[in-house]
Design a protein around this ligand. Structure first.
Ligand code: SF4
Ligand code: SF4
Length: 56
């Protein structure tokens, strides 16, 4: 399992700074999670102001 970022993302960047394995990068219009790197810790979902990261 991994988290994914929905299109609710406003590209604030807060989640990327909180990811312990640097799985989150800035994509085209929203941030994206590398599912192979994500360790399912949930930090991004807790940090995000708009609830964009969800369990895939
Ligand atoms: Fe990074 Fe954790 Fe979010 Fe996965 S769940 S992208 S490891 S912060
Ligand atoms: Fe997007 Fe939320 Fe990450 Fe900000 S914290 S870049 S809104 S997913």
């Amino acid at each position: 399992m991994a988290y994914k970022i929905t299109d609710a993302c406003i590209s604030c960047g807060a989640c990327a700074a909180d990811c312990p394995v640097s799985a989150i990068t800035e994509g085209d219009g929203q941030y994206v999670i590398d599912a192979d790197t994500c360790i399912d810790c949930g930090n991004c979902a807790e940090t995000c102001p708009v609830g964009a990261p969800v369990e895939a």
